[in-house]
Design a protein around this ligand. Structure first.
Ligand SMILES: NC(=O)c1ccc[n+]([C@@H]2O[C@H](COP(=O)([O-])OP(=O)(O)OC[C@H]3O[C@@H](n4cnc5c(N)ncnc54)[C@H](OP(=O)(O)O)[C@@H]3O)[C@@H](O)[C@H]2O)c1
Length: 190
């Protein structure tokens, strides 16, 4: 059972533009011809921040066209926010705020031996990392730069904490790199 931050990023380390657009991402590859189907089949619960959740609300009709439902996840989801947010009909979503550790314990119980997905954003993934709860970083690196935007992982993580375990070219537009986080080396973080 692993806690995984799985996301796509631009070459210069942004997961969305400053105004939360992902329009740069979709031309780069087809989700169904990526590692995503195998990845999601091993996920038992997931967490995201409010900007990611609100992106899903704004794009509900596009998601429904592709996934058959405005909420594409069968797994229980935790959404971190300090605000009251609208619900998506039929979605198994729990709204939470504050310390990620007690939420992770609940996610682990709900995942029932499967993996936990930290969907994003980067700061939320960083909070799981700070708590020593993140096991893997799996990034699809798009062949684009954005100049500025929402950061992939706003933390300073120095060698040898991240260990590159695989690199795969998915297309001319995307490569995937997988890193294990060696928690024994977390004391090295500056
Ligand atoms: N490229 C990709 O594959 C990919 C993957 C995931 C997401 N995205 C996109 O990337 C962007 C991410 O946005 P973002 O960086 O702003 O991150 P985010 O994690 O989606 O949202 C950040 C917000 O979540 C809330 N939050 C975070 N941690 C919290 C905590 N511990 N307790 C309570 N609330 C907490 C805060 O807002 P409030 O308290 O004000 O609600 C915070 O401002 C979105 O546009 C998303 O669609 C892209």
């Amino acid at each position: 059972m692993k806690t995984q931050y799985y996301t796509a990023t631009s070459l210069d380390g942004f997961i969305a533009t400053e105004d939360d657009s992902l329009d740069w991402l979709f031309p780069l590859g087809d989700l169904n011809n990526s590692s995503y189907p195998a990845f999601i089949s091993e996920i038992g619960s997931l967490a995201m921040g409010s900007a990611t959740y609100e992106w899903m609300l704004r794009n509900a009709s596009k998601i429904a066209e592709e996934a058959g439902s405005p909420w594409p996840y069968a797994q229980p989801a935790w959404v971190f926010s300090s605000r009251m947010l609208p619900r998506v009909d039929g979605a198994d979503v729990r709204f939470v705020s504050g310390d990620v550790s007690p939420v992770h314990a609940k996610m682990r119980a709900a995942a029932d031996g499967k993996n936990i997905w930290i969907v994003g954003g980067g700061e939320l993934a960083g909070q799981f990392y700070d708590a020593g709860l993140l096991d893997e970083l799996i990034v699809q690196i798009g062949s684009v730069t954005l100049g500025k935007g929402k950061p992939l992982f706003p933390r300073r993580v120095l060698s040898p904490i991240l260990r590159l375990v695989s690199v795969r070219q998915m297309s001319a537009g995307m490569a995937e790199a997988r890193y294990e986080i060696h928690k024994g080396d977390l004391g090295e973080t500056a």
